[in-house]
Ligand binder design. Sequence first.
Ligand SMILES: C[S@@+](CC[C@H](N)C(=O)[O-])C[C@H]1O[C@@H](n2cnc3c(N)ncnc32)[C@H](O)[C@@H]1O
Length: 441
Amino acid sequence: MAQSIAPLARAAPLAYDARAVTDDRTRPQVEIQIDSIAAGGEGVGRDDDGRVTFVSHAAPGDRVRADVVREHRRYARAELTEVTQPSAVRVEPPCPLFANATCGGCQLQHLDAGAQAEAKAAIVAGALRRHVAQGMELRPIQTPVSPYRWRRRARFHWFRPRGAKGAIIGFFAPRTHRVTDVERCPQIEDSLEQALAVLRTDLAPALGRRGEILAVSGHRGDVHLSIHGNADAGVVANLVGRGPITGVRLGKQRIGEQGVELEPGALGQADDFAQASRDGNVALVRAVTGAASPVSGSRVLELYAGTGNFTRALASAGAEVVAVERARPPELIPPGVDWRRLPAERALADLVGTGHAFDLAVLDPPRTGAREVVPALLELAPARILYVSCDPATLARDLDALAEGGYEPTWARPMDLMPQTAHVEIVAEARRLGAELSPRG
Ligand SMILES: C[S@@+](CC[C@H](N)C(=O)[O-])C[C@H]1O[C@@H](n2cnc3c(N)ncnc32)[C@H](O)[C@@H]1O
C-alpha cells in the first residue's frame, strides 16, 4: 500500500517537547539508560537506586533524562525531557502529535521497524517464559503490515468546550480522556483521513458536548460511520455522499449504506469488530487456517467469532463449525455453520453434557482473555485449541489454566499487526495430553 508520509530518518540527539506539556521544575529528575520496551510501549530502565523506571517515548539503547511523575515502592513512571545519547534504533517520528506527546494513538513511532518487532517478540517471550521453559516453541514474529496507513478502522473522540463554535475531533491524549485535535493521522487509510476532514468541517459545529465516532473503511475505499452522542440529525444525514462516506448510523437512524464490504464477501458496519489492518487480517486468517489445517470434515468450535472472519475460512475449507459470538451475527452465515448468538460462557454451558465433541477449538477473545470459558472447554476436551490473543498476559494466564487441565502449550507465533503501537497479536496452540490427533488435525 502506498505510504504518503515522509520517509523516516535517523534522529539526532533531541530535546523532547514533552517538557512543554509537563513542565514542572519541582519534579525529581533521573538520568537513566533504557534497556527494553514494556508491554504498554514505554522504555524501561533502572534509576541509581535500581528501581525500575518506565519512560514513554524512550528507545532501548537511549540514555535519557526524565521527570519522575509517579512513584511506587518498586517502580516509577517518568516523562522524557531529553535524549542525551540516542539509541541506534531511534528514528524521527513522522507525526508531530506523537513527537510532542499530545496524541495517545501510537507508542512506538520513535523506534525503527526492526526494533519494534524485537520489542514485541521480547514482550511475548517474557509473558510466556514459564511455558517456553517447559518446552513451548516460540516462533519468530511475523510483520505483514506496512509501517503506516494500515488502519482501516478508527474511533474518533470529540469534545466541545463551553461556548466553542464546534467540537474538537481527534484521539485521546496519552493516558487521559482529553481529546487531542487531529487533522492528519499517518496511521489511518487515506479514505478514513478524507472522512475525518469532512467530519471536522461539516459535523464538528453540529456536535454536542462529548461523544465518539466509529469509522470503518471498505476495500473499495468507502466509509461507514456510527455516531455515539448528541448530534444534529439533519447534518448527520447530509454526511452521506460527502467524500468517501456512504453510510451513517446515529442511534436508531440509519442513512445510506448499512455498512461496507471489508474484503470481498465480508460485510462490516462501523459498530462491528474488525481486525484493524487489512493486510494484517489476511496474514492472521492465513495463520489460523494454516495452523488448523487440514480441517475438512473436522468439528470445530469457534468462540468469539466476531462477524465470521475465521468462520468463513474454516467453513470453506470443509469444517463443520459451531460459531459463538454475543454481538449481532453476520449478514451471510456460511453453509455448514451453526451460529449461536450468545455469550461464550452460556453457549458452552449449553454444549457441555450434550454429547457434542470437537476436534478443534478456535478462540479469539477480547483483551481480558477467556478465563470464564476454560472450565467448560476442559470438559468438552477438544484435541487441540488454537488461541488468538491480543494480550500476552491474559494468554499466559489462560494457558496456565489449560496446562493445569491437561493441555500442553506447544507453540506460539507473535504477529505485529499494528505497527507504531504497543499492540501485539499472538496465535498459540495447545494440545490435549494423550489425545489421538486425527489425520485431519
Ligand atoms: C478480538 S474480537 C475477535 C473477532 C473475530 N475473531 C475477528 O477476527 O474479527 C473478540 C470478539 O469477542 C466478542 N465477545 C466479547 N465477549 C464475548 C463473550 N463473553 N461471549 C461471546 N463473544 C464475546 C466481541 O463481540 C468480539 O466480536
